[in-house]
Design a binder for this molecule. Structure first.
Ligand SMILES: [Zn+2]
Length: 225
């Protein structure tokens, strides 16, 4: 696993689904949730919730109502971040590539091409999928960069609650950025959101999962305890 240290903004992007994919405003950028005035960043499977006063860069985030309330505490289990890291080392990793906006279509996914007919005189402008990015709007960054990320077909079982390994990795990334050595698991649930208190300013809500219902066949599940 890479020991890379992320900036807070890079960390937030790990809690968003592919920004080029989702149009849902709750999943495409961080926002201040009007329900608690905290900074929420979510891909719908997990949420990074931060006290906005810790956010540097003076960036303004939109205020939105996502209509979701965090469950109350039902436990207090202390988990060592080192134990999480050691468990993640046993998990298979994949190369994840970094992408950039396509230089040809500037991310619009479509290009106008000049079409010349061989049968008749004249040329036409036609709109077509961008041939450089195949209509995706993004291309692999050049020179191609990648980071090693846990395979999402691998799972980590903590006290019979099962999480996809990449979700545990991003919790570890939050801990490393915050300089935290242990976290408090304060809402434990096999089917609904689990709450991990990282420190007094940051918490992560994470959905567990059932590997048997996953779209990907399970590779392995590793138990933390
Ligand atoms: Zn393109």
């Amino acid at each position: 696993m890479t020991k890379r240290k992320y900036t807070f903004e890079q960390l937030l992007s790990q809690f968003l689904k592919d920004e080029h994919y989702y149009a849902n405003p709750h999943r495409s950028h961080p926002f201040i949730y009007s329900g608690d005035n905290k900074l929420w960043t979510t891909d719908n499977f997990g949420v990074l919730i931060a006290n906005p006063t810790i956010v540097r860069y003076g960036k303004k985030y939109p205020v939105q109502d996502c209509g979701f309330n965090l469950p109350g505490d039902n436990d207090d289990i202390v988990i060592s971040v080192n134990d999480l890291q050691e468990t993640l080392k046993k998990v298979a990793t994949l190369k994840k590539y970094e992408y950039m906006t396509c230089p040809e279509c500037k991310g619009s996914k479509r290009v106008y091409a000049l079409y010349t007919s061989s049968r008749s005189f004249g040329t036409w402008h036609i709109e077509t999928d961008c041939p450089v990015c195949n209509g995706k709007g993004v291309v692999k960054a050049k020179p191609v960069k990648f980071s090693l990320v846990p395979d999402e077909r691998c799972y980590i079982n903590i006290k019979d609650v099962v999480f996809k390994a990449p979700y545990i990795q991003r919790i570890v990334n939050v801990c490393n950025l915050a300089g935290v050595k242990e976290i408090h698991w304060v809402h434990v649930h096999k089917e609904n959101a689990n709450i991990f208190n990282i420190n007094k300013d940051i918490k992560v809500a994470q959905m567990p999962c059932d590997p048997s219902k996953s779209e990907h066949p399970e590779r392995n599940t590793i138990a933390l305890f």
